[in-house]
Design a binder for this molecule. Structure first.
Ligand SMILES: C[C@H](O)[C@H](O)[C@H]1CNC2=NC(N)=NC(=O)C2=N1
Length: 134
């Protein structure tokens, strides 16, 4: 077994049998995602999804992504919220798809390098939700 795989098994954040709460996810930072990491299975995703209210799984182009639409009062508020998500993304070097419209921002997370979902995407989803109430 390669050392990165041993790291992966030991890293608590990649122990998908845990049920991290929204608060726990919100207090985590992204971990390095080795190229050989496997995307989470649909059942692992569904279990963690229970802890991030408002987010849903979306299948697109053959991979699973995490999506939530946020309602904002107007276009400039949507733009400002997007900028805050962008700052978070830059700080963590993990980047979402953002769709900005009048009164809404749709945020979608997935991990491009593994073509699916990683615990990092759930961490970023929880932290995106936390920005809403800041
Ligand atoms: C080198 C850099 O960290 C990588 O290219 C990052 C950038 N941001 C990223 N964001 C997302 N969502 N998935 C990635 O695989 C990814 N890779």
């Amino acid at each position: 077994m390669r050392s990165s795989c041993r790291y992966k098994l030991k890293a608590p954040q990649e122990n998908y049998n845990r049920r991290e709460t929204m608060k726990e996810l919100n207090n985590m930072v992204c971990i390095p995602c080795p190229a050989e990491s496997l995307p989470m299975t649909e059942s692992q995703c569904k279990r963690l999804l229970e802890n991030i209210p408002g987010w849903e799984l979306e299948k697109k182009d053959g991979l699973i992504r995490l999506r939530r639409s946020f309602t904002l009062p107007d276009f400039m508020s949507a733009l400002a919220f997007s900028n805050r998500v962008g700052e978070l993304a830059e700080a963590e070097q993990h980047h979402p798809e953002l769709i900005i419209a009048w009164g809404s921002v749709t945020v979608t997370w997935w991990t491009h390098s593994i073509k699916g979902l990683h615990i990092n995407d759930f961490i970023m989803a929880a932290r995106t939700s936390a920005l809403e109430s800041d």
